[in-house]
Design a protein around this ligand. Sequence first.
Ligand SMILES: *[C@@H]1O[C@H](CO)[C@@H](O)[C@H](O)[C@H]1NC(C)=O
Length: 407
Amino acid sequence: MKLLLSVTVLLAFLAAYFIYTPLPPTVSEPWKLMLLDATLRTIVKVNDVAHTLGLSNHVDVLNYAFGNLGAPETKSSEDVQVSDTAFAGVQVLVFQSTLKSEGKKRGVVYVHGGGWALGTTRRGFYNLLGRQMAKDLDAVIVSVEYRLVPNVRFPVPYEDVLLATKHFLQPEVLARYKVDPDRVGISGDSAGGNLAAAVAQQISIDDSVSVKFKVQALLYPVLQALDFNTPSYQQNQYMPILHRKVMVQFWLEYLGTNPSHLQAMLVNNHTALDVTQVEAVRAKVDWTALLPATLQKQHKPVVQVHGSSKILEELPALLDTRAAPLLAERDVLARLPQAYILTCEHDVLRDDGLMYGKRLQDAGVAVEQDHYEDGFHGCIFFTSWPMYSSVGLRALENYITWLQKNL
Ligand SMILES: *[C@@H]1O[C@H](CO)[C@@H](O)[C@H](O)[C@H]1NC(C)=O
C-alpha cells in the first residue's frame, strides 16, 4: 500500500514536471496550453524515436497527429458541397455554399499551415474551417492541397498554390462556380500565410491575370528568415505550439538545406554585418524602425559583426520574395489589396506579421491589424472540443466577420 502510494506520488510528480511549463499570465488559459504543449512534445518525441529507429519518415507521426488521421471527410452536407478535384494539375478541395442566394458568391483561395510540411484540408480542422467559411460567407472556398516537405522543397509549394490560384481566377472558371470576380480573396495561416502573401504579390504584378484579389487575410503568417531574434522571437522562444528552434527547422527543411546551419542562423550569423548580400534588404526587416517602441521593450537587436556568408550562398532563397514576402519592394506592396493580419502576442511570428502590416501601410495599403494580447500561435485551431480556447474562438469569429464586411 505504501509502495503503491509512493509510486503514484512519484508518477504524479513526474507528470506535473513534464506538463508544467512556465507561461506568462497573460496567455489565454495557461493550463490548457500546457497540456497541449505536453501532448505535442510527446508526439514529437515519439516521432523522433520512430525516425531514429528507421520506422518512419521524419514527419510521419507528426502528420498523423496534425490531422491526417482518419478517413477523408469529403462528403457534402446540406449547406456545403465538397469536391476533391485538381486545378491545373494541383490537388484542391472546393467547398461550395449551397445557399440559393441571389447574385454571385464570394471566392476565397485558402492555404493551410503546418510549416510547409504538415496538414491537409481533407480531414480535421482545415476541413471544418473550409466548410464553415463556405457557409458563413456564402462562398466558394478553394483550399489548396499543395505538395509538402520533405517530398518537395521550395519553390514547389509556392508554385502549386500559384498554379491553382491562376486557374481559379480565370473568368470562365469563376463563372462556372458562380463566383463574383470582384469578390475574390486569398487567405492562409502560418506557413500557409507565407504562401498566400507570396502568391498575392505575384498575382498583383502579373499582367496576364485579369481578375485581382479584393482582400488578403493572413493569420499569424511566416514572412522572413533573416532575423530569428526579433523581439517576438526572443520573447517567445519556448512558447508552446511553436518554439523558435522548431520554426528555424521548418525553414531549413522547406529550403532543403543543411540542418547544421541551425545554430548559426539562431544567432543571425547568416545576416552578420560582413555578409554583404544582405545590405540591400536590411531595412525591410529592421524592427527597430518597423515596430512600435511598446513592443520592442527591452529587447536588443542581435547583429553579429562576423558571420558566415556561406549560408546565403547556399540559400539564395533567403532573399527571394517568393519565400520571404516581407522583403518585397515598396512598389510591389503598393499594388496589393487591403489586408487583414492576425497576430498573437505569445507567438514567435508576431513581429513578422506586424512588420509586414507596417510596410504595407507605408506603401499606402489599408491594413487591419487584429492583435491578440492573450493569443498564441495556432490558436484558431483550438476552436472545438476538447481543445478549445477562448482566444481561438474570438479570433476565428473576428476573422470571419472581417471577411463578411470586406470581401
Ligand atoms: C558565427 O560566425 C562566426 C564567424 O564566422 C563563427 O566564429 C561562429 O562560430 C559562428 N557561430 C555559430 C553558432 O555558428
